[in-house]
Design a protein around this ligand. Structure first.
Ligand SMILES: [Zn+2]
Length: 232
């Protein structure tokens, strides 16, 4: 995982590698601000301000913003510039969870049936990164969790073996959008127990338990995030 320091002091590396590392660092820094709502949904993002904040040139910032645009977190408008993507609407949220409940529990059952030691290790690794709380920065922990949750769920979809379903869910960038709804410890802490229930079902090669664990996880995730709409 790349750090969020926006510095490049790696003297031995090539110019291209230095440049890639810089884009990565700038990307991580902006990603973290978006996920922690330091850049609010819908807010204007000014390249010049980021140039000042990170003390880098426009090029890595534009590259990082382009990548975030591809992930649906940033919107670029011709002649206007960049904005943080707006918060998802209640309607879209309901649609997203309906879609997830249709696809993910069944996929989890298929993944459990196809589970082997290597796959289980890959899932434990993804879940383990979320559980680790070595960083003291709560906001950094939160954005790391959001990304890792996306990886965890994507791996389950990969093991379920339907590439179309996997792409369809991946294309929604679900986790980036739902994690921006709320910045709260419950969103991450409670999900850890639910992920453990999933891992237990996978390690037992139990499709029925995996389907149920995934359904419970998605329903609870929905219920944890619903209060975000009451505040607006
Ligand atoms: Zn999850």
């Amino acid at each position: 995982m790349a750090s969020t320091k926006v510095t490049t002091t790696d003297q031995g590396s090539t110019a291209i590698r230095r440049s890639n590392g810089l884009v990565e660092d700038v990307y991580e820094a902006i990603f973290g601000q978006l996920m922690a709502l330091k850049i609010a949904p819908g807010a204007r993002i000014t390249v010049d301000n980021l140039v000042k904040e990170f003390n880098v040139s426009q090029t890595p910032i534009r590259e990082a913003l382009g990548r975030l645009e591809g992930e649906g977190l940033v919107v670029k408008q011709h002649l206007v510039g960049y904005h943080a993507a707006p918060q998802i609407t209640r309607r879209r949220f309901d649609e997203l969870y309906e879609l997830r409940l249709l696809l993910e529990p069944a996929a989890a059952a298929k993944a459990a049936a196809a589970m082997d030691d290597e796959k289980l290790a890959a899932l434990r690794e993804a879940a383990g990164v979320m559980a680790r709380r070595t960083d003291t920065d709560e906001r950094l922990h939160y954005s790391t969790f959001a990304r890792q949750d996306a990886i965890f769920h994507d791996r389950i979809m990969a093991f379920a073996g339907n590439q179309l379903i996997r792409e369809m869910l991946s294309f929604q960038h679900t986790h980036f959008h739902i994690f921006r709804l709320m910045f709260h410890w419950r969103v991450t802490e409670e999900a850890l127990d639910e992920h453990q229930a999933l891992l237990d079902a996978f390690s037992a090669h139990d499709p029925e338990a995996a389907e149920k664990a995934m359904r419970v996880h998605i329903e609870h995730s929905r219920d944890r995030l619903l209060p975000a709409f009451a505040e607006t």
